[in-house]
Design a protein around this ligand. Structure first.
Ligand SMILES: Nc1ncnc2c1ncn2[C@@H]1O[C@H](COP(=O)(O)OP(=O)(O)O)[C@@H](O)[C@H]1O
Ligand SMILES: O=C(O)C1=C[C@@H](OP(=O)(O)O)[C@@H](O)[C@H](O)C1
Ligand SMILES: [Mg+2]
Length: 187
């Protein structure tokens, strides 16, 4: 894992990626609590800094503006912070600069969910995800599978089908502790 990175594994930020609605925000928060670390949800941070919701930013400033702010914030967090749990928005990792910053400074977990299971989440998220607005289910399915190409570049994948957030968070914590012990055992 990342031999070109000189940040000790135990200090690297843990980044959660994956499609909208897979649980990055919910699970990131739980992982942070379990590891006694600070949690940063990139979307919530952008909302806080702008005093606007993500849908309002999309509507009033446009998606290109949002993507720029998102990219700059993630690159900054990856480069200048340690020991954080970072939940990205689902589209962030499509940007090469974001992928490079995450993969070269952090440990990247891909939260995966089958299309069949994901479809059941749609009603929970459709109202405040501008990217899903005005799309047919077929178009969303296409996006779901298209984006998997980018998400496939990760350090670790967790399949979350039929698992509650607590169980997924425990799996991530176990996996990360195992990685620390194997690659950087405590004396
Ligand atoms: N493992 C899970 N099982 C069932 N529902 C979940 C799970 N993870 C998240 N959810 C629900 O799905 C919705 C989207 O979760 P969220 O954490 O906002 O996802 P993301 O940040 O990936 O878009 C929320 O209503 C949340 O309660
Ligand atoms: O996939 C996307 O393009 C987006 C995902 C959202 O975050 P979640 O993945 O947390 O829903 C949010 O960043 C914005 O609505 C755009
Ligand atoms: Mg989120």
């Amino acid at each position: 894992m990342g031999t070109y990175c000189n940040i000790p594994l135990r200090e690297r930020n843990i980044v959660l990626i994956g499609f909208m609605g897979v649980g990055k925000t919910t699970i990131g928060q739980l992982v942070a609590k379990k590891l006694y670390r600070d949690f940063i949800d990139v979307d919530q941070e952008i909302e806080k800094r702008h005093q606007m919701s993500i849908p309002a930013i999309f509507e009033q400033m446009g998606e290109d503006y949002f993507r720029k702010v998102e990219r700059e914030l993630i690159v900054d967090l990856c480069t200048n912070t340690r020991l954080k749990i970072l939940s990205l928005g689902g589209g962030a990792y499509l940007q090469e600069e974001v992928r490079n910053a995450c993969l070269s400074h952090c440990i990247v977990f891909f939260l995966d969910l089958s299309w069949e299971c994901w479809k059941e989440r749609l009603p929970l998220i459709v109202d405040n995800r501008p990217v899903l607005k005005n799309k047919t289910l077929e178009e969303i399915e296409q996006l779901f599978f298209q984006r998997r190409n980018a998400y496939s570049i990760h350090n670790s994948r967790v399949l979350t089908n039929n698992l509650d957030p607590e169980t997924v968070a425990n799996e991530i914590v176990e996996s990360i502790k195992w990685t620390w012990e194997v690659y950087e055992p405590n004396e």
